[in-house]
Design a protein around this ligand. Structure first.
Ligand code: PMP
Length: 407
């Protein structure tokens, strides 16, 4: 990427221009939520100024326009993940809602005492707690496949744990803390061979890698729109059509029914069966614009830019005395979790904030992973293609200064 290319990309993201505590912002909290390109902001603005109406309810022109924009976003999402059909894409408020939908609608009716949901040690709480809730109701248990010290999944152990008691397996595509990219296609193949459905949490993958649910061969794929440069409150669940057809509704209300009678109600086909109530229409229209934007740059190119940023940041951080990086898998996304000996994560996070540098400090919604490493919290710098070498250098200089002050 030439400096001019980089400037052009950054100019698409108005927020990157601002200062924080009098310093130019360095935004390294992209795994938490990503900034929005002008195209998304303007699309949402245009929707409310020009096309706002509810979907699937009115015959008037605005209602039809809003519906076609909303359903158009579904088409864009379906193409983005290479789904077989648009009806396999359910629009949700995010990954959390998508996984809860699978937990309550698919898993719960199939779970009983002795059954198992298999997940991994590196999951976000969103891919642990919903399973615990449905297991508590059914007498099933959640088991976690182990990881190696470098943050790689122990794939052999995961595969061995795919026993007949396992009713569903759930794994993250990319770890939000370690950056590890998991071999989801291989895990899907092994699960499929044993007749066990596999859910992949794609929250951290969709913004960084080309996603192809058919090539992965999984059964469910969940992701979130706000990390993909779209509005908050948007996300999606993709599932094989046969699974969706066999699932009862999770939320009831308007828009998800065929006919309502007090003697008994019949439900719409997927995907609308799972989209009760008025959705985040403007948000999804904005998410469609985000995907168009990302595809305009190209996920292959984004991946290459981010790999280069990751290498630069990793080698600069490795030169800081006493700095430990968590997650050094050979195949990883541009997420760097780290600690400095003798420095509390929150203290360092706060001092970086005073320099205008936004990183996350905490447990990153991954308590079991923190327990694995025996630490209460880490810092996490998560990069995006709009970040630059200069920002990384400012970040590493600030860390070095703070270390001399605190360690
Ligand atoms: N899974 C992973 C791996 C995540 O990083 C996140 C968001 N931090 C989630 C699930 C939950 O996503 P959301 O809060 O958008 O529902």
């Amino acid at each position: 990427l030439t400096p001019a290319d980089s400037q052009r990309i950054r100019a698409d993201f108005p927020l990157l221009d601002r200062t924080v505590h009098g310093k130019p912002l360095v935004y390294f909290d992209n795994a938490n939520t990503a900034q929005k390109p002008r195209a998304v902001i303007e699309t949402v603005d245009r929707f409310y100024r020009h096309s706002n109406a509810n979907v699937a309810r009115a015959v008037h022109a605005l209602g039809e326009e809003a519906t076609s924009l909303y359903e158009g976003a579904r088409d864009t999402l379906a193409r983005f993940i290479n789904a077989d059909a648009r009806d396999e894409v359910i629009l949700t408020s995010g990954t959390t809602q998508a996984i809860n939908l699978v937990a309550y609608s698919y898993a719960l009716p199939r779970l009983g005492p002795g059954d198992v949901i298999l997940t991994t040690r590196m999951e976000h709480h969103a891919n642990i707690v919903p399973w615990q809730l449905v297991c508590a109701r059914s007498g099933a248990t959640v088991k976690a496949a182990p990881i190696h010290a470098n943050g790689e999944l122990d794939a052999e152990a995961f595969i061995q744990m795919l026993t007949p008691e396992v009713k569903l397996a759930a794994v993250t595509h990319v770890s939000n803390v370690l950056g590890t990219i998991n071999p989801v296609a291989r895990l899907a193949r092994e699960a499929r061979r044993r007749g066990i459905p596999l859910l992949v949490d794609g929250s951290q993958a969709a913004p960084h890698l080309p996603i192809d649910v058919r090539a992965i061969g999984c059964d469910f794929y969940a992701f979130t729109g706000h990390k993909l440069f779209g509005p908050t409150g948007t996300g999606a669940l993709w599932a094989r059509r046969a699974l969706l057809e066999a699932m009862p509704p999770f939320f009831g209300g308007g828009e998800m029914i065929r006919e309502v009678r007090f003697e008994g109600t019949t439900f719409a086909d997927p995907p609308h069966r799972f989209e009760a109530g008025t959705p985040n229409i403007a948000g999804f229209v904005g998410l469609g614009a985000a995907i168009d934007y990302v595809q305009g740059i190209g996920l292959e190119r984004i991946g290459a830019i981010e790999r280069e940023l990751l290498e630069h940041a990793t080698s600069a951080l490795q030169a800081v005395p006493g700095l430990r990086i968590f997650g050094t898998a050979p195949d990883k996304a541009a997420v760097i979790a780290f600690l400095i000996d003798g420095v509390h994560a929150h203290d360092l996070g706060t001092l970086l904030d005073h320099e205008g540098i936004a990183v996350r400090s905490g447990h990153h919604c991954a308590h079991p992973l923190m327990q694995f490493y025996g630490v209460p919290a880490t810092l996490r710098a998560s990069l995006s293609f709009y970040n630059t070498h200069e920002e990384i250098d400012r970040f590493v200089e600030a860390i070095s200064r703070v270390r001399r002050l605190l360690a």
